[in-house]
Design a protein around this ligand. Sequence first.
Ligand code: AMP
Length: 125
Amino acid sequence: MPIDATQGYDPENIFAKILRGEIPCNKVYEDEWALAFHDIAPQAPVHILIVPKGAYVSWDDFSASAPAEEIAGFVRAVGRVARENGLVAPGYRLLANVGADGGQEVPHFHVHLFGGAPLGRMIAR
Ligand code: AMP
């Protein structure tokens, strides 16, 4: 079920539980600002999720409310994960779903990193 991106942060969401170590993940990278792990249902040969450590519902919440240092740390982490996974030369795609029309299902901001093959059109038709 897609979420309502205008709602408040729910600390019981699944990515919050992963960040607290209550649920395992297949970790790819971690630093002060971000945790990256493999998506449980990959939609490309490489499908990594990068989540900020702070409690933000969506891109909307993060872009409006996160301190500049946290935004910079997170953006650098996303770039680093792509680089360290050898995706710059072949290329990759980033995606952030927001709310119902975006199809966002987990109410903790995350960026999808796809790669490992040509990814086709930006939006399914
Ligand atoms: P979104 O629709 O942008 O909210 O995407 C949520 C993503 O989280 C989906 O691609 C799911 O496959 C993925 N996902 C859900 N639960 C887990 C989990 N426990 N570990 C890793 N990925 C998950």
